[in-house]
Design a protein. Structure first.
Length: 409
């Protein structure tokens, strides 16, 4: 479900923004990263150790805040017999809210990918870099390394490699048994190799076919086998569409080979990611440039209308949008309206009487549009704000636009 994944990623980014705004008066904000395999009691022991040491902190207010944060973490840890499947991340501490005031905040996150290492930090800001690292490359790739004797299949998710299967072939070694004719031996080898490629092809189907989120399949290995299996009739045609045209030369065909392949393909993968966003925005621009904007819709009202009638094929949203859909009401006259407002600035004044409007109800604009899109089976593509195309989407279209299935009037 790519839509929900994009939305989850976005929600997660928003939460991070909130967390990153917090600052402590001293080094008193605690960040804790717990990997899934870590024992909770080990973590609790570690935190108790820090608690004992915190009595040495010179500043009385920092000391009080740090011990408070650690106690809060300890009591929170009691809810867990073991960490959730991706581990746990906690941000706890007193953040500044005015010149002289602080407020205790506590964020407990289950990250989108497993926490790789245990981290304890106490600083004037929360330490969020590892979570950003998880979000940088959000695409999934299928991985295959193969030669005639062995193959390993895996998945690349962000920076993490998951091994799915390792298989060995029954292709006989080069040394011919006594009494066998050379030709017969050749045939045996060919037959066994054919069986092996078929088996690996089937394993690829099993591992990759149902995973719609897979952006591409990387194939590598030491010799010619990697090309042979792809060019022969061994791989499912739907998977063939995703096989990347570059074969990667690597020395091994085990999980180490997978890692080596990913290292070597890094530039290919980064390029693909950016290429995809470029393609999407260029597709939009091409439609926009046609007479009457072709199959493009832009301007929030137009996009909304197209979404409502189910005419949107693909909704493009910039991750940089920070707006809310809000139900507004005037406190002094009867004026009411639903509008899109800038999340940071809040609502404006009543057009009838000039009083400050108040917000009755508000939803994040991206979440609201994505929910509407999901109802009509519309694909949603989040465009990162860092790329040139992402910037163009924001600058020219306020961060949202749509490619339509058909023209709407
Ligand atoms: Zn009014």
């Amino acid at each position: 479900m790519p839509e929900s994944t994009a939305l989850n990623r976005y929600k997660f980014l928003r939460e991070l923004e909130e967390i990153e705004k917090a600052s402590g008066r001293g080094t008193e904000l605690v960040s804790l990263y717990i990997p899934p395999e870590k024992q909770v009691f080990d973590v609790a022991n570690y935190v108790r150790g820090e608690h004992a040491q915190s009595s040495n902190i010179k500043s009385a207010s920092t000391r009080k805040h740090v011990t408070g944060a650690l106690e809060s973490i300890l009591s929170r840890l009691r809810y867990y017999r073991q960490p959730p499947s991706n581990g746990l991340v906690m941000f706890v501490g007193h953040k500044q809210i005015g010149a002289d005031q602080t407020e205790m905040v506590q964020y407990v996150l289950e990250p989108p990918e497993p926490v790789p290492t245990f981290i304890y930090r106490c600083d004037s800001h929360f330490f969020t870099q590892p979570l950003h690292d998880m979000l940088v490359e959000h695409d999934v790739y299928g991985l295959v390394v193969i030669d005639r004797s062995e193959a390993t299949l895996g998945l690349l998710k962000g920076k993490r490699i998951e091994v799915i299967k390792n298989v060995h072939s029954l292709v006989p070694s080069k040394h011919r048994m006594g009494g066998q004719s050379a030709r017969r031996f050749e045939r045996l080898i060919e037959q066994a190799a054919h069986e092996f490629y078929k088996k690996v092809g089937d394993l690829m189907t099993e591992a990759f076919l149902d995973r719609k989120e897979i952006r591409g399949v990387l194939v590598g290995g030491p010799g010619y086998t990697k090309e042979y299996i792809i060019k022969g009739d061994y791989v499912h045609h739907e998977i063939m569409k995703k096989v990347l045209p570059t074969y990667i030369d690597v020395g091994d065909t085990d999980d180490y080979g997978l890692r080596e392949m990913v290292e070597r393909a890094r530039s290919v993968l980064t390029g693909l990611d950016l290429m995809r966003e470029k393609d999407l925005v260029q597709k939009l621009m091409l439609e926009v440039s046609k007479i009457d904007s072709g199959l493009a819709a832009y301007g929030e009202a137009n996009v909304r209308h197209a979404l409502d009638v189910g005419a949107v094929d693909m909704l493009l949203l910039s991750e940089g949008i920070r707006k809310s859909r809000a139900k507004l009401k005037c406190p002094s006259c009867s004026y009411e309206n639903t509008e899109t407002i800038d999340s940071a600035h809040g609502p404006g004044q009543c057009p009838k009487c000039g009083a400050q409007l108040s917000v009755m109800e508000a939803h994040d604009l991206i979440e609201e549009l994505t929910a509407t899109a999901e109802k009509t089976g519309t694909r949603v593509e989040m465009i990162s704000k860092e790329s040139e195309e992402g910037e163009l989407l924001v600058r020219a279209f306020g961060g949202l636009a749509a490619i339509l299935r058909y023209r709407v009037t």
